[in-house]
Design a binder for this molecule. Structure first.
Ligand code: SF4
Ligand code: SF4
Length: 376
């Protein structure tokens, strides 16, 4: 397809076609069944733990976990057998994500992955600091042979800046070197096997602590020949997936405003990313997927929510470490320890949430959610 213009190639690219299929999968029941019914979940993200070995300054997962521990609250994470039982309830076409917290703190992560990849495509999202060489080797060996096959499709590795700046952001000295080593090991294993997969996707959260050095980070990604850099807007919503106290009006609560971002500098950095990526192997994606001007507007606290929509609750379920199922935010729809996935997925609470979203459109509290869809 290299003879086609870049814009056309993008429209016909496999990730784009996959995204379109997801939208169609969600749209059919959304428009056919007014009551909120949805087809079985196309994507299921297991937030395996709220524990993390890092302390990213923008992240509320590790801090709220520590707050809980200080209060003496101890909750039992889903066991290996429970996770396997849940995976067994999903259709073979569901794509499974293992994330956290830091999922490699789960000693049984590789066993879960072996089990899941027998029938499913999988993603892993990690900070990379705890991945051992033999685990990386096995993950690459378990990769999909094509985007439709079973196996590991992508590995998301969070990285916030280069060198000591990264270490300061994540609050643990020496982290950058460990994360870099993991990225290099994935790339090395892939090239040893001549494998395109798993795709390596660097995940960068834009904040006042790194917005001036995004170019440097992208240059590094290009040098490492990683597949993708996902630049995510910082979500300051404190009520997500069971962290912090449950907030019954989370969807109505706009995120805290930003104050320390210089818009011109941010714009210049983003423009560089877009222009350089037009000629580089490493693609750039903004999450939510929106034009550069909207990213800047977001940090200027001028996001126009009428330009966004969301179909996520029709295709994706998140399962928290203690079994609560969520479409997003802190709205537990039921606990998978008490009910089957299908009962929760098309239960009254989930259907009611879908109806509300369809009727009202995205909520003020959705600003900053990386899976909102930009409609312009
Ligand atoms: S690595 Fe991820 S889960 Fe851990 S503190 Fe950073 S953002 Fe939070
Ligand atoms: S846009 Fe809003 S409703 Fe949709 S997934 Fe994000 S937080 Fe949930």
């Amino acid at each position: 397809m290299s003879f086609l213009p870049r814009k056309v190639r993008h429209m016909l690219s496999i990730p784009r076609l996959y995204q379109l299929l997801t939208q169609v999968y969600a749209a059919i029941p959304e428009h056919l069944f007014r009551g909120g019914y949805a087809f079985p979940p196309l994507r299921v993200a297991f937030i395996l733990t709220h524990r993390c070995n890092l302390k990213c300054r923008f992240c509320m997962v590790w801090s709220s976990y520590q707050k809980e521990r200080k209060k003496g609250i101890k909750r039992q994470e889903l066991s290996l057998e429970e996770v396997k039982g849940l995976i067994d309830q999903l259709p073979g076409y569901s794509v499974i994500t293992f994330t956290g917290g830091e999922p490699f703190l789960r000693k049984d992560l590789m066993t879960m992955l072996r089990f899941a990849t027998k029938r499913h495509r999988c993603h892993i999202v990690t900070n990379g600091t705890l991945c051992r060489e033999e685990e990386i080797e096995e993950i690459v060996a378990r990769c999909v042979s094509s985007i439709w096959g079973k196996g590991v499709l992508s590995v998301g590795i969070s990285i916030e800046a280069v060198g000591e700046v990264h270490d300061k952001i994540v609050g643990v000295p020496g982290s950058f070197d460990k994360t870099l080593k993991a990225i290099k090991s994935f790339q090395h294993e892939k090239s040893k096997r001549g494998s395109r997969y798993p795709l390596v996707d660097l995940k960068i959260t834009i904040g006042d602590y790194n917005f001036a050095s995004l170019r440097e980070l992208y240059d590094l990604a290009v040098d490492l020949k990683v597949d993708l850099c996902s630049f995510q807007v910082l979500n300051t919503q404190s009520s997500s997936y069971g962290i912090e106290d449950k907030n019954p009006i989370a969807h109505l609560t706009p995120p805290k405003p930003f104050t320390h971002i210089e818009p011109e500098l941010l714009r210049e950095q983003l423009r560089f990313l877009v222009e350089r990526s037009a000629k580089a192997f490493t693609r750039v994606r903004f999450n939510p997927n929106m034009p550069l001007s909207e990213v800047v507007n977001y940090y200027l606290n001028r996001v126009d929510m009428s330009k966004f929509t969301c179909h996520t609750p029709w295709h994706t379920m998140h399962i928290g470490p203690y079994g609560e199922a969520y479409p997003c935010f802190s709205y537990p729809m039921g606990n998978v320890r008490e009910k089957k996935v299908s009962e929760i997925w098309n239960g009254e609470t989930y259907k009611g949430f879908r109806r509300k979203l369809r009727e009202e459109g995205v909520f003020p509290g959705c600003a900053g959610c990386c899976i909102m869809e930009y409609k312009g």
